[in-house]
Design a protein around this ligand. Structure first.
Ligand code: 2AL
Length: 164
């Protein structure tokens, strides 16, 4: 979508466009309300810090749309499509994939939510290394990491959504 189209879309249409980036309504609405943006760079720099301090409830809501690493998202929603592309570097038929599945289970038992990481540009091995390191985190440390990773994913998705 071109920036001009995003700038002039009705509020509801703009929020619908933004929601697949990350389903945190406060983030989506702050950005839609701050239009028009003079450039894509302005939009991205606003979005990078919009709605700071995502709460645990906001994170849990957004995580509903993220399948586990190693699980291919089903369906034709924009989120499923994005997730499949982001995870395209994660081979699901190797030993590493088996270990990722086991690591996901351990992570979920410890933290009570899905293990989330920006997958685009990362191999299964890199993700597994990160998962194992993060298993040593406290619950508070992990909340911060999850928020940061969700924002990274959202920013990459937003960059993909809007052309200059
Ligand atoms: C994902 C996903 O679907 N895309 C991405 O970057 N990370 N999932 C996850 N559990 O981390």
């Amino acid at each position: 979508m071109h920036l001009a189209e995003f700038n002039s879309a009705p509020f509801a249409a703009a929020t619908a466009d933004l929601r697949p980036c990350v389903d945190v309504p406060r983030w989506v609405e702050e950005i839609a309300a701050a239009r028009p943006f003079a450039s894509t760079a302005d939009l991205l720099s606003f979005a990078a810090t919009a709605a700071p301090g995502w709460t645990e409830a906001e994170l849990d809501g957004a995580l509903q749309h993220h399948p586990r690493i190693g699980e291919r998202a089903a369906g034709t929603s924009p989120e499923a499509d994005l997730s499949r592309r982001e995870q395209s570097g994660v081979d699901t038929s190797t030993d590493t994939a088996e270990q990722l599945l086991a690591g996901n289970r351990e992570y979920e038992d410890k933290f009570g939510r899905v293990f989330l990481i920006r997958a685009a540009g990362r191999s299964a091995e890199e993700i597994l290394t990160s998962l194992r390191l993060r298993l040593n985190n406290t619950a508070d440390q992990e909340l911060h990491v999850v928020a940061e990773q969700l924002r990274e994913i959202a920013m990459l998705r937003l960059e993909g959504l809007i052309q200059s």
